[in-house]
Design a protein around this ligand. Structure first.
Ligand code: ADP
Length: 268
């Protein structure tokens, strides 16, 4: 496999001062990261296996792979929510938990969990407070993001009654409450109708344009959208990176390459 990352400086060997020759605080780096889930009465599951990955700040990257490949676990590790068993993870030079504490990370999880009894507006106000938004600015910020995801009319609805797509839009609204340098979007298109897929694409492009230093990672099964939205694709299978290449916006070529890599990996 010829990885796109080959153009970056090599990984440091043990004991070497890592990446003195690059602006190391501008990278997301994982080296040898492994995560095994162990459940009583069930076989152990290796969700991430010795994963090495380097992502430059300001890049827009898709993580693709079959169900169970480890994509959500990877996002959880980067957001400081999942602690790997082995390996090292640095986000702009800090361990993920320290990075999230100091700068915050925007995370759209694969399943957006919302409090059933609160309304959409109450939920966003609560999330804005937890996100550290300043008190006086919260009502205006909430109105702004409600408009961006087209939920102003539904802001009085209880979250418990929302469809999957509407919940997803609340999750996207939360993501837009505060500008973040690192955004992790796990299946952002899931449940969105065609109109809202197009709208999401616009929002995504806007997020990219707003800040050249912003790093956007998204996981998706929609290879066409992925080709349009990102500049690099990382293919994961069974917790390992099996391919890594620039997107070049050609969705058919991307689809062919991803499918052939996954077929080969599945047969290995
Ligand atoms: P993906 O996002 O690519 O579908 P995940 O990271 O969600 O993959 O899952 C990777 C593997 O780890 C899967 O086999 C999944 O069943 C397993 N897994 C994920 N979370 C847990 C958990 N909390 N407990 C046990 N197994 C888990």
């Amino acid at each position: 496999m010829r990885a796109w990352t080959e153009s970056l400086p090599p990984m440091p060997s043990a004991g070497e001062q890592p990446y003195q020759h690059v602006a190391r605080n501008r990278l997301i780096e994982l080296s040898g990261v492994s995560k095994t889930y162990r459940r009583r009465y069930r076989r152990r599951i290796d969700a991430l296996v010795q994963l090495d990955l380097r992502i430059e700040a300001g890049s827009t990257v898709a993580v693709v792979g079959p169900n169970g490949a480890g994509k959500s676990t990877l996002f959880g590790v980067l957001a400081g929510l999942i602690r790997p068993d082995r390996g090292r993870t640095l986000v702009h030079g800090l361990a993920p938990v320290a990075y999230v504490r100091s700068r915050g990370v925007g995370l759209l999880p694969d399943r957006v969990r919302l409090p059933d009894r609160l309304t959409v507006r109450e939920t966003l106000v609560r999330l804005a407070i937890l996100d550290g938004c300043s008190g006086a600015a919260i009502p205006r910020s909430v109105d702004r993001v409600l408009d961006l995801v087209g939920l102003r009319e539904r802001s009085g609805d209880r979250c418990g009654g929302l469809s999957h797509g509407l919940r997803q839009r609340v999750g996207i609204a939360q993501l837009l409450l505060r500008p973040r340098e690192v955004l992790l979007l796990d299946e952002p298109l899931s449940g969105l109708d065609p109109v809202w897929r197009a709208r999401f694409r616009e929002l995504f492009e806007q997020l990219r344009r707003d800040s050249s230093g912003r790093t956007l990672l998204l996981s998706s099964h929609e290879l066409g959208e992925t080709a349009r939205l990102t500049e690099r694709v990382i293919v994961i299978e069974a917790g390992r990176v099996v391919d890594d290449f620039p997107t070049r916006g050609d969705s058919e070529a991307l689809e062919r390459r991803v499918l052939s890599v996954l077929r080969r990996a599945g047969q290995a």
